[in-house]
Write a protein that binds this ligand. Structure first.
Ligand SMILES: [Fe+2]
Ligand SMILES: [Fe+2]
Length: 169
């Protein structure tokens, strides 16, 4: 059983994961419009990953006999001025997610809800990867400093990213 406080916190994070998905889908639209198909692909994979995160938490709450409640989300940002700005925004967003997951973990620990702690451990590890992914791309984008050929190479590299579904049950 989960306390209502913990259920509410999970519901908040489920909404935030879906909000994250929308942010990345909007970034995909920006890259598609700017003719960076590889970066658009990377964002589409990220979008699917975020939906998977929401799904994983959704199923956990249901399995733990909590009542999932879907919450409204604000409009995601749709306008950007450069690929670097997009990935910097993505990193800042992931840092925010990391702090939210960490707060959720602290609550689960306070309540000695071991099942929730184990569920959240996966997310803690995932966030390390999320921040590392965005940081590496930012590094590369800074290296090429907006040079067309360099951007094209990064775009081709990001075209290789493939969505691998996570275990959500
Ligand atoms: Fe996520
Ligand atoms: Fe994420």
């Amino acid at each position: 059983m989960m306390s209502q406080k913990l259920v509410d916190a999970f519901n908040d994070q489920i909404a935030f994961e879906i909000h994250s998905a929308l942010i990345y889908k909007a970034m995909q639209a920006y890259f598609a419009a700017e003719d960076f198909p590889g970066m658009a692909n990377w964002m589409d994979v990220q979008y699917q990953e975020e939906l998977g995160h929401a799904e994983k938490m959704f199923n956990f709450v249901c399995d733990a006999a909590g009542r999932v409640k879907m919450l409204p989300m604000e409009e995601p940002r749709n306008e950007y001025s450069s690929p670097l700005e997009v990935f910097q925004t993505a990193l800042t967003h992931e840092q925010l997610v990391t702090s939210r997951i960490s707060n959720l973990m602290e609550l689960a620990q306070q309540e000695k809800n071991h099942a929730a702690v184990i569920c959240l451990q996966w997310f803690i590890t995932e966030q390390v990867e999320e921040e590392a992914n965005a940081s590496l791309i930012i590094k590369k984008l800074k290296m090429v400093e907006g040079d067309g050929r360099g951007l094209l190479m990064i775009d081709q590299e990001l075209a290789q990213r493939v969505f691998v579904p996570i275990a959500t049950a």
